[in-house]
Design a protein. Structure first.
Length: 90
């Protein structure tokens, strides 16, 4: 089995391996499915620099604030909380 790795450079660039796809993405949060599980990246002004699904490589730039392995239930709960919070702010 191939190893999964994450490389973070100066909290400005993150490289991940074994990425299957990106579920959702905006300037503050990115959810990606890995070969084993999922991952959430939080930050500011996030940008997908490279997504190569054949190679399984994802490179994201911006200010990286947090990286967390997740499962699908966690992602869905986070989306609902953000939707509710954005409606309350209007």
């Amino acid at each position: 089995m191939e190893n999964h790795y994450i490389t973070i450079e100066n909290r400005e660039r993150i490289t991940l391996s074994r990425v299957r796809d990106v579920d959702a993405f905006d300037e503050e949060t990115l959810w990606a499915n890995l070969e084993e599980g999922s991952i959430e990246i939080s930050g500011e002004k996030l940008n997908i620099e490279k997504l190569d699904l054949q190679d399984g490589t994802l490179i994201v730039t911006g200010k990286i604030c947090a990286v967390m392995y997740t499962d699908k239930k966690t992602r869905e709960k986070g989306r609902l909380i953000r939707k509710f919070a954005s409606r309350q702010g209007k």
